[in-house]
Design a binder for this molecule. Structure first.
Ligand SMILES: Cc1cc2nc3c(=O)[nH]c(=O)nc-3n(C[C@H](O)[C@H](O)[C@H](O)COP(=O)(O)OP(=O)(O)OC[C@H]3O[C@@H](n4cnc5c(N)ncnc54)[C@H](O)[C@@H]3O)c2cc1C
Length: 406
């Protein structure tokens, strides 16, 4: 077995690319990290993920990131399933049932933007990391022992970078995935999602920091985020054919919130955005020395908060395999196991669970709705069932399941 010399080229400094960077740096491997955004607009990205589950918190801890994130986030040990009609609680779950399984029996509500801000500070301050902002991966080719990537650098010039491996953590439109000719199989939901950011304390109305609200017509997620300013994000389904402006005007947003939870005054709306939701998993996660991870390899509905989390799990898993190859302890073929493990989880856990999550929240058949709600109540009331349920939602089970795949 030969030791590898050159480092890893990582395309995309989202949460997945940055966690992979920190993992590799911790293992003593040189990283060149490309990010097409500049220092000026890197932190201006629209609000996205932010519910970090127990299994992910353990990984943040391993790469030294957890201690930076905890003060910036909100510890949320509980979550609720609610019914929109009459603002009724269906069931409340408490992560304390898994306190013997993890040192993080909670979700850390810490937005993606804070995760990448802190991780980027760590990456930039590391002597073995070359962070290239405003540098876009254009294409790449490979031989048996190296990658030749072409990038457009911050001066607007094309430049070649050589490395031992390239990892595409460049999001849903991944240049690396397309360069490998890999299919992105799945579907796109017809309805869009409207995300409203509002300064209103939903705990006054019985909500906890994380809430899934079921309704046959207008399901919703209601999540609390640490300030300043202290805000909540409320998600609603949005008509795919409506003009954006008719969905996002102040009047329209007030109307949606007032219909959801009537308040005496207008809601203080901080912002909003609309997005399309895809359920897709790449048919392969690698080709030779090029590998994909995170949204580049799988995208899913945000209900359940699993996209960013499972992408970070890809990063840590892949970081271990690459480190072992660099140390000369395993061959290139060990990357096939990364694909077997993480593709299985993307399909059988993340995709299956997020499809089910949406179906449960939006179920139209009254009898099935009642059956689902009874099931949730029974699960929450039974300590053993509740523990099994939280081991699944916290993604601890998915990490254990992946580890068992050879
Ligand atoms: C509204 C919304 C809410 C969500 N909520 C949650 C949640 O609560 N929990 C959860 O787990 N997930 C959630 N997700 C999903 C989550 O945001 C993504 O799964 C996660 O951001 C994926 O991380 P990533 O690093 O793979 O890709 P990204 O976050 O997309 O990062 C990719 C990076 O690559 C850069 N880039 C792209 N192309 C190139 C190129 N050619 N060269 C150089 N750089 C490039 C981009 O600028 C970006 O910085 C949500 C998504 C949405 C839309």
């Amino acid at each position: 077995m030969q030791k590898q010399n050159k480092g890893v080229l990582i395309a995309g400094a989202g949460p997945v690319g940055l966690c992979l960077t920190l993992k590799l740096l911790k293992e003593g491997i040189n990283v060149t990290l490309l990010e097409c955004l500049s220092d000026e607009n890197f932190l201006d990205q629209i609000p996205r993920a932010g519910s970090n589950h127990a299994a992910t918190l353990e990984m943040f801890d391993e790469i030294g990131l957890y201690e930076k994130l905890e003060p910036r986030g909100l510890i949320a040990p509980k979550f609720q399933y609610r019914e929109r009609k009459n603002n009724r609680l269906i069931a409340e779950f408490d992560h304390s049932v898994i306190s013997e399984e993890t040192r993080f029996p909670f979700v850390l509500q810490c937005e993606r933007i804070k995760v990448i801000e802190e991780a980027m500070i760590m990456a930039k301050s590391h002597e073995n990391c070359n962070v290239r902002m405003e540098t876009t991966l254009l294409n790449f080719s490979q031989t048996e022992d190296k990658i030749m990537a072409t990038v457009r650098n911050s001066a607007g010039e094309e430049e070649q970078i050589h490395s031992s491996f390239i990892v595409g953590t460049d999001g849903g439109r991944s240049v690396v995935r397309k360069g490998l000719g890999i299919d992105f199989e799945g579907f796109t939901y017809p309805d869009r999602v409207l995300n409203i950011i509002v300064a209103y304390d939903f705990t006054r109305d019985g909500f906890t920091d994380r809430n899934y609200v079921s309704d046959p017509d207008e399901w919703s997620n209601v999540f609390h985020w640490k300030g300043p300013p202290e805000v909540w994000r409320v998600h609603f389904p949005a008509d795919p054919d409506a003009e954006d402006s008719s969905l996002t005007s102040e009047n329209a947003l007030q109307g949606r919130l007032q219909a959801f939870l009537p308040a005496k005054q207008d809601y203080k709306i901080i912002g909003c955005n609309l997005y399309t939701v895809h359920q897709r998993v790449a048919s392969r996660f690698l080709g030779g020395r090029a590998i994909i991870a995170g949204d580049a390899a799988h995208v899913n509905s945000p209900i359940g908060g699993m996209g960013m989390n499972s992408g970070i799990h890809d990063a840590i898993n892949l970081g271990e395999k690459l480190s072992s190859i660099f140390r000369g302890e395993s061959e290139l073929e060990s990357l096939e196991r990364y694909e077997r493990q993480r593709r299985h989880i993307a399909l059988e856990t993340v995709q299956a669970q997020t499809i089910r999550n949406k179906r449960v929240l939006a179920e139209k058949d009254l009898a099935i709705r009642e059956k689902n709600h009874d099931q949730l109540r029974r699960t929450a009331d039974d300590p053993l069932l509740a523990k099994e349920f939280i081991l699944r939602t916290s993604l601890i089970n998915s990490v254990r399941e992946a580890a068992a795949i050879q």
